[in-house]
Design a protein around this ligand. Structure first.
Ligand SMILES: [Cu+2]
Length: 245
């Protein structure tokens, strides 16, 4: 949390992000790969006596696709003060007692819906470090709350469920819309970037377990970050790959 906040913090004196047209924007794309034998992930604790929720599940801290592509990495282009409009609202759903998606990227102040897709009580809690950002009881299927107004600052929010200790997700809140989550192949694309030279950071939640807490949730290492520099030419297509190990 602290690490990413310092990485993505706006420079002193910079104002809030401003929407402006980007006539000559370029794109950045690449793949995040796991370049070592993957660690064994622990099982997540099962919730007791709740239908559809009571099976033990594999942790989602590291999900690899073909060729070692890492799903759920977040790529952030830093320091873009003016540029494209943030996209539509992001949605974090609870489906069959799993948060979908496990990792979501959003822009500070944008709509961010937290939903219950199940006919059981879910109780999503968002934590930025030790600060509770939201704490929602969603007792019914289709209950939906917009938490966008609570996500006004860049940073990383860990989402847990007060009813089901195996459920967890991450929201990465960026200071601009120039952010993407890698897909099942580990690939990402960010477009409409104003030409210039940027620092680009990969964030990943971390995947080495360090014991478990009282409810049986694995304790994980700190999130990983890797920062590189890239130049975006007018109408250009830049490529930037990352490796984790
Ligand atoms: Cu739940």
């Amino acid at each position: 949390m602290g690490a990413l906040l310092s990485v993505v913090a706006l420079p002193a004196g910079a104002g809030a992000y401003e929407v402006a047209s980007v006539a000559d924007g370029g794109s950045l794309s690449g793949v995040v790969r796991f370049a070592a034998p993957p660690p064994r992930l622990p099982q997540m604790p099962a919730a007791r006596g709740v239908e559809a929720c009571d099976e033990a599940r594999q942790a989602e801290a590291l999900v690899l696709g073909p060729g070692g592509g890492v799903r759920g990495g977040v790529v952030l282009v830093e320091g873009v003060a003016r540029g494209k409009k943030p996209g539509g609202e992001a949605v974090l759903d609870a489906q069959r007692c799993v948060f979908v998606a496990h990792v979501t990227a959003t822009t500070a102040g944008a709509r961010m819906l937290v939903k219950n897709g199940d006919a059981v009580l879910h109780h999503p809690r968002g934590l930025a470090g030790r600060t509770t950002v939201f704490d929602l009881a969603l007792p019914h299927r289709h209950d939906t709350i917009d938490v966008g107004r609570r996500l006004t600052r860049p940073g990383v929010v860990r989402v847990l469920c007060g009813a089901h200790p195996h459920m967890s997700a991450w929201l990465v809140v960026h200071d601009s819309p120039y952010v993407a989550v890698t897909d099942e192949r580990g690939a990402y694309t960010i477009d409409g970037i104003p030409p210039g030279r940027y620092r680009v950071t990969l964030w990943h939640e971390g995947y080495r377990a360090r014991g478990a807490d009282r409810e049986g949730r694995p304790r994980w290492e700190e999130p990983r970050t890797v920062t590189r520099a890239v130049t975006i030419a007018p109408h250009g297509s830049a490529r930037l790959d990352f490796e984790l190990r």
